[in-house]
Design a protein around this ligand. Structure first.
Ligand code: FES
Ligand SMILES: [Fe+2]
Length: 337
């Protein structure tokens, strides 16, 4: 599966604690857990003994203990002890598959089925992965405002690419976000150009929109300049800049974890120059916006994003069309049809 060539977000760093956490990535059930010493480990969430979920177990010092018969597994996934056979040294075949993780942008990221060598981005071994191809690095975020808030996780009953396409879509503002990001009296999408980065990711450098209430701190309607950039198959960046003097710059990133072909887990990160509005007001605004999007997203059929026809397009959907072509060029097969 080509998707094994990308790092995927699986959890907020702050959400990893004393309890093992069940996560799902590309249809695989995994357990993310932290040793008492702070080491973070991602294992397949299935005990090799009788198949119980290790995420229902508990952390004891530097091991994860299965809830069924108490077999204990170390950070690397090896079985260190079997309580019913105290003197027995478990063989290598009793190990659980471990997956590489790394931290970036306040989230933990994972690669499925990766060995230790693959956890080093850009290393020689990372470019020799057999069928999965070269491992793409986690997207970089350059030049964004320092104040960061992360919202989520949001578990959404649609595919990751449907959620990302919605993030890139402006034609719904007048309907789904009426009175906030759009105005029903002005649903037209002005002409815009889609360009591409040198590695083929779609970008809109400039998109100008009138918004009744563009941000948590907005008092009135205002012209807002948007810039869109697809960061990776299931991630995108949007930067909003108000036109008035001293208006804030807000950058938003959608990070989508493809859980199953018809479900995803999302985080939204906001990077803002607004140093005044309290965290809870910024959060409430984003939660209100996403609460408007979610029922529409979950109503879409099919849940997989059609890449080869089957949905009507208009000229206002140029960015969606470019995003779909980009997914095709990446060889994405999960959550698309
Ligand atoms: S199923 Fe895990 S110890 Fe038996
Ligand atoms: Fe929306």
């Amino acid at each position: 599966m080509n998707e094994q060539a990308w790092w995927w977000p699986i959890s907020r760093v702050d959400d990893v604690g004393a309890q093992p956490q069940a996560v799902q990535l590309l249809g695989e059930r995994l357990v993310l857990w932290q040793t008492d010493a702070g080491g973070v480990s991602l294992l397949t969430d299935r005990c090799p003994h009788r198949g119980a979920k290790l995420s229902m177990g508990r952390v004891q010092g530097d091991v994860l203990q299965c809830p069924y018969h108490g077999w204990r597994f170390g950070e690397q996934g090896h079985c260190v002890s079997i309580p019913a056979q105290p003197g027995f040294v478990p063989p290598a075949s009793s190990a659980v598959c471990r997956h590489a993780v790394q931290q970036a942008h306040g989230l933990w990221w994972a690669v499925l089925g990766a060995s230790t060598a693959r956890s080093v981005p850009g290393s020689a071994s990372a470019s020799a992965l057999g069928s999965a191809g070269p491992l793409h690095p986690i997207p970089q975020l350059l030049g964004l405002p320092a104040r960061r808030l992360i919202y989520g996780p949001f578990d959404v009953a649609t595919s990751a690419p449907r959620a990302v396409e919605n993030f890139l879509d402006t034609a719904h503002f007048a309907y789904v976000h009426e009175g906030w990001l759009g105005d029903a009296l002005h649903p037209e999408v002005p002409p815009y150009e889609v360009s591409h980065t040198s590695d083929g990711r779609p970008v809109i450098e400039r998109y100008r929109a009138w918004q009744p209430r563009a941000s948590a701190s907005a008092q009135d309607g205002a012209w807002v300049e948007y810039r869109y950039e697809v960061l990776s198959p299931f991630a995108a960046l949007l930067t909003k800049q108000g036109e008035g003097e001293g208006s804030a710059q807000d950058s938003y990133v959608i990070w989508a974890c493809p859980q199953s072909p018809g479900s995803c887990r999302l985080w939204f990160a906001q990077y803002t120059t607004d140093g005044r509005t309290p965290d809870h007001e910024l959060r409430d605004f984003q939660l209100a916006i996403f609460a408007q999007d979610q029922p529409i997203l979950e109503s879409q059929e099919p849940k997989a994003l059609p890449l080869s026809g089957g949905e009507a397009m208009s000229a206002a959907d140029r960015l969606s069309a470019a995003y779909r072509r980009y997914l095709q060029s990446c060889g994405i097969t999960f959550g698309v049809c």
